[in-house]
Design a protein around this ligand. Structure first.
Ligand SMILES: [Zn+2]
Length: 404
């Protein structure tokens, strides 16, 4: 909870903005707090008084996330005009939810009936999951938070995450531009408890715009956790590097292929699916793989396996530097076909043809396929959600306090 009291606020205003201090003295901020009810709601409270009736109270807030336009949202809490007003605005996360660790900057503007105005200083609240006592570990751009495992467990996950970043940088030239916060829940049940509308199979979530990953990993699942974390970090790196005001569209095969490349060692299970798809002539066209993957398990297995193989093909046969160039052209607003043609001299159909020749000759020579992991597809259900959480200005809500 964040509290600011009258004397501090007044001193700050007088010091910073002496010319408007006289007018603002008429309205006094008695209290301003933000309360976290994770994951359901974030509640902003204000208590103000004036020498005449207060008639307007507005909350302004801004969420820290990748954004080219500075989006400030506004809300108008309900209250009855009076010389002293105590009111609140409830951000109901059932409408637009925030991930754990997201930071919100906020301030209030208050007006009374004779035209006096008060603008409170900008404050910040982190929407932390306060139900657990988090420990933290920081290395480079990564902050890792956990609560229910040993320090060595956290260090192993951190080391695997760093290796994933190094692998991507070395093999493709892509790198993390902004810090990432990683929340390790003790298991998938705890993770689902941190989501407003969890899906029963969710094992992890990458909030790419916020630079936040939340994942459920028990000590027994360390190997799975390392791979899953590396994969999600791969997505974050790729999304950061292609984030643009043009709204770059990443073909799914490239996004997933790079995420799987970040994991490192190939997964034999998906490798076997790729071999099966080749022998049964069930390979999916690259153009189809640029759209979201099928939810059908068998097609999803093949889609992931093919995506990794496509990326391995580009790296091994055409050099690592070109992947970064390809991502840069996508960021600049080129279509996938345009970007591929400029960097490699072939579009998605050309890639499809060349990759099929390559993969079939690889299979015949038994020298190993590009392959992919099974962790993301559990019992026929795709593992992750990449949340591009769009924040919209929402009206004041009237749900009662006392949310859990
Ligand atoms: Zn993925």
């Amino acid at each position: 909870m964040i509290k600011r009291f009258l004397p501090i606020v007044l001193i700050a205003i007088l010091f910073l903005t002496p010319t408007i201090a006289d007018a603002q003295e008429e309205i006094s901020l008695l209290d301003s707090t933000a309360q976290i009810f994770f994951p359901s709601a974030l509640v902003f409270n204000i208590n103000v008084e004036s020498t005449s009736d207060i008639t307007k109270v507005r909350l302004h807030y801004q969420v820290d996330k990748m954004n080219y336009a500075q989006v400030v949202s506004e809300s108008w809490p309900d209250f009855t005009p009076a010389p002293e007003v105590k009111t609140q605005w409830i951000w109901d996360m059932r409408r637009v939810s925030l991930p754990s660790g997201a930071t919100v900057h906020y301030w209030w503007t208050v007006e009374d009936e004779v035209g006096n105005k008060l603008t409170t200083p900008v404050d910040a609240v982190r929407f932390d999951d306060l139900r657990y006592s988090w420990q933290s570990l920081t290395a480079g751009q990564l902050n890792l938070f956990w609560y229910d495992s040993s320090h060595s467990f956290a260090e192993e996950l951190m080391a695997a995450s760093q290796q994933a970043l190094e692998r991507l940088a070395k093999d493709t030239g892509v790198y993390l531009e902004n810090p990432v916060d990683i929340y390790i829940y003790a298991n998938s049940t705890d993770l689902r408890g941190a989501m407003v509308f969890p899906r029963e199979w969710t094992g992890g979530v990458a909030f790419t715009e916020y630079g936040i990953i939340a994942i459920g990993v028990s000590e027994k699942q360390l190997d799975w956790g390392k791979r899953a974390l590396a994969h999600e970090l791969g997505h974050l790196v790729t999304h950061q590097i292609t984030f643009s005001p043009y709204g770059a569209i990443l073909p799914t095969w490239l996004d997933e292929g790079l995420a799987m490349h970040a994991e490192g060692k190939p997964d034999p299970y998906l490798q076997s699916w790729l071999k099966k798809a080749i022998s049964e002539q069930r390979l999916i066209s690259v153009r189809s793989l640029s759209s979201p993957f099928s939810a059908k398990p068998e097609e999803a297995y093949i889609s992931y396996a093919q995506s990794q193989s496509l990326v391995e093909f580009l790296i091994q046969n055409h050099g690592k530097d070109r992947i970064l160039r390809l991502l840069t052209l996508l960021k600049e607003g080129n279509t996938c076909d345009e970007a591929l043609s400029e960097v490699y001299g072939f579009d998605q159909d050309g890639l499809d043809e060349l990759w099929r020749e390559y993969i079939i000759s690889q299979t015949l020579s038994q020298s190993g396929l590009g392959c992919a992991p099974a962790w993301e597809i559990g019992q026929g259900k795709v593992f992750e959600e990449e949340v591009l959480g769009k924040l919209v200005a929402s009206k004041a809500l009237t749900i009662p306090l006392g949310v859990p």
